[in-house]
Design a protein around this ligand. Sequence first.
Ligand SMILES: [Zn+2]
Length: 346
Amino acid sequence: MAITFRRECKTVEVQAADGTTMRYELEYRWDPLTARLSVLCPHLREKWTEIYRVRDESWLAELIAASTTNCPFCRPLIDQVAAKFAPDQLDEETIRVDDVRVFPNLFPRTDFEAVITSPEVHHLPLNECQPALLSRFLQAALDCIKKAHNKNAQLRYPVIGGNYLPPAGASLIHYHMQLSMQQYPFEAVRELIEASEQYAKQESGNFWVDLMAVNQDREIVRSGDVYWYAPFAPSGFCEVRAIVTKPSFRTFTAEDVKSLANGLAAVLQYYGDHGFAAFNFILYSGRMVSGNAGFLSGLQILARPNPRPNYLNIDSWYMPLLLRQAIVLERPEELARALRDYFRSD
Ligand SMILES: [Zn+2]
């Protein structure tokens, strides 16, 4: 086992206009697998609080109310506009799990893409998110992925993801997830796969298994085959990750789906209680048939800046976007501690 949590603290001084010296503590942290650099800047909480975790409730309510007019995922429009799977893609035109439907994305960006939604749920208040609803969404998405892969073995790499509200890239307010499948690994997954393979070769072990053994400070909970934690070097605000101890979606069980849905609901409850409204998440898999050496499937979720009339995307300026160096405000160890209570309440 050779996992190291490398960090370095620095004090930066700034002389204010009145001559006083302000001192700020920065902490540089390197991801233990990829060496990607993050900087913890707790002092930015004050400057970014307005943008970061204060919801403009009345403006948001107006935005949501306006979005119900002609919503393509609400009834009756969904029955008229939802695309259908062709026979060479799937045997059924639409996949249904109770109220949840899976149908093709009209504008695919990868080899196979679908939308998962329920006409019953237009807006999803984060602190009212029910695990059962998320469970139906995830189960429906996994059913679709397994069936699509059975039809076309080239669809080796699947991912399920979600963009919630415009700051997270959602063009529709109506709650939905998406799934994408392609022949080649998605870029971020490729990076994890290659680093995991390299670790497996050098250390004769599995990085993810080794990580779970030394990650107590940031561990949230282990629920069956799903391990929830706050990453040592986060890539965004209030980031939470999960390791699913399965090489690919092909071997996910109903119990795994339940654990993932419970955990996602707990994180969303935390986001809702702490003033966030928007988030992104991905649930990723290794190669469908045999997985990848030293790699395990996983989930990543982070909060995005809140929607507001003069939106400021403070998490995608040049440093995080072009230099790929995340700036975060919370200490992962404190986030993990706070989240443990949310997971216990389920
Ligand atoms: Zn709708």
